[in-house]
Design a protein around this ligand. Structure first.
Ligand SMILES: [Zn+2]
Length: 402
């Protein structure tokens, strides 16, 4: 039997530092007395920890603010501008990057498309040089986070199977990026990243025990955060809702299973169907993949019956994913995001109605289902949130002033 070692003093200090930093991330401005009240830590240890955080350049003292009983007290806030992170969303044909700070503010965004049949080495080298450029431009980057399609095997550093992307199967992401930038580099599965972004930066009703993020884009996946932590499973691939079978007699999926959810309601499935059933809605000139999805949503908004029927069908399949998430994880909230979420109100009511038809009523009533309202794509935002979360859990390891 393995017994967890008793945490030593430095682990304890680190845990307390992390608690205070997370609190400041949520409250924006706090006094030492408020921190004591909210964390239960003693004034003496708060004084000590805060001064070490100030030394590390993570926390700033800002003037005096109205504190307990109207007494003036020194305000504390995160030194966000000086602690920035890069987020990267790696998807099947598009790589998006952004610079954020540890309070979640976005400073810049960029993207480039690539061809899945291109040599991965070429794409990786372009991405690396883009990151080097960003590091040159923004001097205060403390970490980089990247989101990749699932199921991502975090120990081995590669993606177990990315449908329609076989050339990438053997790419070892950890090996490629770990020592490339003299900054800590964290990799997480895309839907897990989206879940973290929604947990930290989504404007959701608190308290919240558990949040499920359902990514419906190039693929279908989900990430679950429970009490600030991702549910990962043994290899980090837990909650692969996209490869849950919704038709045991359906077509074989590349993953080995039959009739996987992803085969019925991903963005490429919708696009392929639309091109067959309503070619007239697409303009002749090539305007890029993102634009093509929008054309389908626009046609539906203008009342095109075929487009509306197709979206209704997509909503039905997405709802099967919701039913499975509700039954398997009983989340407070399911947030739907990525490409398909851009259909917004065209699909939301149908998703809710179809879910209600099949979910256990008592569970359905207690589960909120919504489309992501974040301004930045949750996966990209989440890649930054993952980097932020990891460094704030161990501030003295990652944020000590060089
Ligand atoms: Zn599958």
């Amino acid at each position: 039997m393995k017994i967890n070692p008793i945490v030593n003093n430095s682990d304890m200090n680190e845990a307390h530092r992390s608690v205070i930093v997370k609190l400041l991330q949520q409250k924006e401005l706090c006094t030492r007395a408020e921190i004591a009240k909210l964390t239960g830590l003693t004034q003496a240890s708060i004084t000590k920890i805060v001064s070490s955080l100030i030394d590390m350049g993570i926390v700033l003292e800002v003037g005096s603010v109205k504190g307990e009983g109207n007494r003036r007290a020194i305000g504390l806030r995160l030194n966000s501008e000086e602690n920035r992170v890069i987020g990267i969303k790696f998807s099947r044909w598009l790589i998006e990057t952004g610079v954020f700070d540890i309070s979640g503010k976005n400073y810049s965004r960029d993207s480039f498309e690539f061809d899945m049949n291109e040599d991965p080495a070429k794409v990786l080298s372009k991405l690396k040089s883009n990151i080097h450029e960003m590091l040159e431009k923004h001097k205060n980057i403390v970490a980089v986070g990247m989101a990749v399609p699932g199921p991502y095997l975090r120990q081995e550093g590669h993606i177990a199977i990315v449908t329609r992307m076989s050339k990438w199967h053997d790419v070892d992401f950890v090996k490629e990026f770990k020592d490339e930038f003299s900054r800590p580099f964290f990799i997480e599965q895309d839907a897990n990243s989206g879940a973290m972004a929604e947990w930290w930066f989504g404007n959701h009703e608190k308290p919240m025990e558990s949040l499920a993020y359902m990514l419906v884009g190039e693929g279908v996946g989900s990430g679950i955060v429970e009490n600030e932590k991702l549910i990962l499973g043994k290899l980090g691939t837990a909650s692969e809702v996209g490869h849950m079978s919704i038709d045991v007699n359906g077509k074989r999926c590349e993953c080995g299973n039959y009739g996987c959810l992803e085969m019925y309601c991903s963005a490429p499935v919708m696009l392929q169907r639309a091109k067959q059933e309503m070619p007239e809605i697409f303009s002749k000139k090539h305007e890029g993949r993102t634009r093509e999805h929008e054309m389908i949503f626009e046609a539906a908004r203008q009342g095109n019956k075929k487009a509306l029927a197709l979206l209704k069908e997509m909503a039905r399949y997405i709802s099967y994913g919701c039913v499975n998430l509700i039954n398997a994880y009983n989340p407070d909230i399911i947030v739907i995001g990525d490409l398909m979420a851009k259909a917004g109100n065209l699909i939301l009511e149908d998703i809710k109605n179809f879910t209600e038809e099949r979910a256990i009523p008592e569970l359905y009533e207690k589960t909120k289902i919504m489309i992501s309202e974040l301004e930045v794509d949750p996966t990209l935002y989440g890649a930054a949130a993952i980097a932020t979360d990891r460094i704030l859990r161990k501030p003295s390891e990652y944020l000590t002033k060089k």
